[in-house]
Structure formats: C-alpha cells, structure tokens
Design a protein around this ligand. Structure first.
Ligand SMILES: NC(=O)c1ccc[n+]([C@@H]2O[C@H](COP(=O)([O-])OP(=O)(O)OC[C@H]3O[C@@H](n4cnc5c(N)ncnc54)[C@H](OP(=O)(O)O)[C@@H]3O)[C@@H](O)[C@H]2O)c1
Length: 312
C-alpha cells in the first residue's frame, strides 16, 4: 500500500510502498479515506516530542483518520454494541508512537473507533480527533467550563482554537479570541464575542477577570495570559507546560492539557457536529502527493483550521 514515510528524525515525508498492516485480534483494518495533520506530526518529525513519543524508523506518521472498515480481528464482535463490521464508516485517533494515518490502510484498536453517521462527511470527520478532542478535553474536563463564564481562546482560527470557540459558545460561555488577518473574521463567524488582533493589540490591556484561558501558544503569550485571569481562574496550556510559580503569584491554577484519546469523548464531538453546533474549519484538502507541502504549511503555524489529506 501507499503510505507516507519518514526515514529519520528531520527527514522530509515521502510516499513509500509498504506492506498493509496485519491486525491483531482486537483490531480493525480501516481503508483510510482521509487523514488530518496536526502540529504534533511536525513535532514528531522534528524530534521535539521524542521523549514522550519515541519513534522507530521508517516511521509512518499520522494520528487522525476517517475511513471504512474492511476487516475485523476475530475478537471484534459485529453485532454487539461497540462491535464493528465490514463497511462501517469510522473515525479514530491512532497512538502517536505507532502512527500510520497517512496510509491507504490502518490497523486500529476496535475500542478507539467511533462511528461516522451518514450525515457527516468522512473528510470532515478526519479533522476531529486530536484538535476537537483537545479543545473539548481542555474546556470541559480539565477546565470545567460552565455557562456564563468567560473564556479567552488563543489562536482562535487554529485547529484547536476554532473548535474551542464553537464548543465554549455552545456551552453558554462568553468567548474572547485572539487571531490576526483573515483569522479575525473567521473567529468572529465561529462565535467569538470579542476578537483581538494579536499582531496589533496587547490582549492583556483589553480583557480581565477571565475564568479560563486556553493557551495554545506558550512563551510570551502564556506569560501575559496569567494577568487576565480572575483570582482562582484557570490557565490551560496545550503547547508549553505552564509556570507553576507564576500561576501561584497570580492566585490562579495552571494545567498542561495532555490529550488522551477517548472514544467516548470523540463520540460526543461527532454528535455535536451532526447536531450542527460544531463545524470543521478546513484550511485545505490535499492529495497524498501533497503531504510534504502540507507538513510545511502546518509547521508554519499559520494554518486556519485543519489540513486534510485525501487517501482515495
Ligand atoms: N498537549 C496536547 O495534547 C495537544 C493537543 C493538541 C494540540 N496541541 C498543541 O497546541 C498547539 C496548537 O495546536 P493547533 O492544532 O491549534 O495549531 P495550529 O492549527 O497550527 O494553530 C495555527 C494558528 O495559530 C495562530 N497563532 C500563531 N501565533 C499566534 C499568537 N501569538 N497569538 C494568537 N494566535 C497565534 C495562527 O494565527 P495567525 O496566523 O493569526 O498567527 C494560526 O491560525 C500546538 O502547539 C499543538 O502541538 C497540544
């Protein structure tokens, strides 16, 4: 089968012919229709995450996929709840160390699969697992966001941020977002009540008494975010671990959000998309042959939503 392959840390992604994966008893073989990039794919390629996710080479990257079941392991039951059958449309997040989403076929643990209802396009479904799952986990599980609270979402036009704006808004929160250029209008349309141009303005001079900050940037943005929180507020960081001493000095809590794959949560995200309260912001969709350029675009940090790769 065709699959994207990395020969070593730092190597460009190339398309290689590799054997189809062999499924274990509790796994399902999925013909991948679409996969989505995440900054994690670039970080793995660049050896940034090697201590958390050590890779073996050649490595086939990619965590987020949607496709069709073509075979099931003998321990996977078709008729019972949680079972799968040939022809089922599914979405999943693969373990980053194992990778393999940018490939024509992927072996996926049955417990990680979520059904894609007919109303949801497979390409859009592929854009959900990591970015929407992280936004959901951060806001509702790690952050405990409640209706009536105010949340500041950094990078509101990015993968995680675009889902966070919509999810927080649906939950009844007041949403402030940072963005720039075309991202300003995108963040507004996604439901932000106030959008701040991070290139032109200092957000900390414009907002205060925020209940939650979703910091997907780190560095200076994170440092300046502590001061906009109310006493007892929470900073949720996805990019860089927050400074505990600084949090204490500001009288706030700070947590690093480490995405944990959870089929139940991904199912809630899928339901929200089908219900119309969550949409997938698509930056671009490219064929498999465009994956090296797609990696470069993701690495630029300027993507507006999800970069989708078609395997068909
Ligand atoms: N810990 C975890 O489990 C976990 C899970 C998911 C993601 N993450 C991390 O979270 C980060 C965000 O992920 P993502 O998928 O949302 O990334 P992304 O889609 O690449 O984010 C791109 C967006 O960031 C915006 N941006 C860049 N610098 C900014 C700044 N200083 N202020 C405001 N916006 C800025 C860009 O807008 P402009 O063009 O306007 O700058 C762009 O729209 C990444 O570091 C990723 O690795 C971690």
């Amino acid at each position: 089968m065709k699959a994207v392959s990395l020969s070593a840390y730092g190597a460009d992604p190339v398309i290689a012919d590799i054997p189809e994966p062999v499924i274990a008893a509790d796994e399902v073989l999925v013909r991948v229709g679409y996969a989505a990039l995440n900054p994690l794919d670039v970080k793995l390629q660049q050896r940034v995450m090697h201590e958390v996710f050590p890779l073996g080479f050649p490595y086939s990257p990619g965590t987020d996929l949607a496709g069709t079941v073509v075979a099931v392991g003998h321990a996977v039951v078709g008729d019972e709840p949680g079972g799968w059958r040939e022809g089922d449309r599914v979405v999943a997040r693969l373990d980053p160390t194992r990778g393999g989403a940018f490939a024509q076929f992927a072996a996926v643990p049955a417990a990680q699969l979520v059904a894609v209802p007919p109303a949801l396009d497979l390409a859009l479904a592929a854009g959900l697992p990591t970015a929407a799952g992280t936004a959901w986990q951060a806001l509702f599980e790690d952050g405990g966001l409640k209706a009536g609270q105010t949340v500041l979402v950094h990078a509101g036009a990015g993968g995680v941020g675009s889902f966070a704006i919509q999810s927080a808004r649906t939950a009844g929160a007041r949403v402030i977002a940072t963005a720039s250029g075309t991202g300003l209008e995108i963040a507004r349309k996604l439901g932000a009540d106030l959008v701040i141009d991070h290139r032109a303005e200092r957000f900390e001079t414009m907002v205060s008494d925020v209940d939650l900050v979703l910091d997907t940037i780190g560095g200076d943005t994170q440092q300046r975010s502590f001061g906009v929180l109310r006493t007892g507020g929470v900073l949720l960081a996805t990019s860089a671990p927050p400074d505990g001493a600084l949090a204490k000095a500001h009288g706030v809590a700070a947590r690093f959000v480490f995405h944990s794959s959870d089929a139940r949560r991904l199912g809630q995200v899928v339901d929200a998309v089908v219900a119309g309260s969550l949409a997938v912001l698509v930056d671009r969709q490219v064929p498999l042959e465009g994956v090296a350029d797609a990696f470069r675009h993701q690495a630029s940090g300027r993507a507006r939503g999800k970069i989708l790769v078609s395997l068909g």
